[in-house]
Design a binder for this molecule. Structure first.
Ligand code: GTP
Ligand code: MG
Length: 172
């Protein structure tokens, strides 16, 4: 741990030093003798990225992304890393959405809901992925969906088998 802290402090020092150096050079090069406006723009964007890393390092923040196919064990791995049971784990698809966990002083959760329009757009996108060519409404009864989806089994068995337990299940 102390080794990590030492390396972190060293990186903070280096990043701060390079930031000051570039800021100084840019301030003195008012007439674009050293850097062209394009160079300057590139440097500015690098400095902004530098600032982001610096502020994360100073706060001791870092991001771990867990990405994988459905039911791959992402939530289980996340819970193991957190040594807690925060994320729902199940034998079937269950998380359905991107989840973000941040360290904080209190334990709390924030749920962001789709608006009806956003949900409709999302739903339409899933229907297109299933091969539906028309406009799909979210309040269509599930039986109507099931009879249409059954016809897809004859048309393209491979896609049907592939998506039946995933996107089709989400639509249901
Ligand atoms: N055998 C085995 N099963 C695992 C392992 N990791 C997770 N599982 C099981 O796999 C199932 C799915 O795990 P989840 O963690 O819910 O998977 P997920 O990727 O978060 O799933 P979604 O968020 O729904 O896409 C659960 O029943 C877990 O208990 C593992 O390393 N080995
Ligand atoms: Mg999950």
């Amino acid at each position: 741990m102390s080794q990590w802290e030492d390396r972190k402090d060293e990186l903070i020092r280096k990043l701060e030093k390079s930031k000051m150096t570039f800021r100084d050079i840019l301030a003195q090069d008012k007439d674009y003798l050293v850097f062209t406006p394009q160079d300057r723009e590139e440097l500015e964007s690098l400095l902004q990225r530098n600032d982001k890393v610096l502020s994360k390092l100073k706060k001791g923040e870092f991001t771990v992304a867990i990405v994988g196919l459905e039911k791959a064990g992402k939530s289980t791995l996340g819970n193991a890393l957190l040594k807690n049971m925060i994320l729902p784990e199940y034998t079937e698809r269950c998380t359905y959405t991107t989840t973000e966990i941040r360290a904080g002083s209190e334990t709390r959760g924030e749920i962001v809901f789709y608006s009806r329009e956003e949900f409709q757009t999302h739903f339409q996108k899933m229907m297109v992925e299933l091969g539906y060519e028309g406009t799909a409404a979210i309040d269509t009864p599930v039986e109507t969906f099931n009879s249409w989806w059954d016809t897809m089994a004859d048309k393209d068995r491979r896609t049907y088998d592939q998506l039946n337990g995933t996107i089709a299940e989400d639509v249901r």
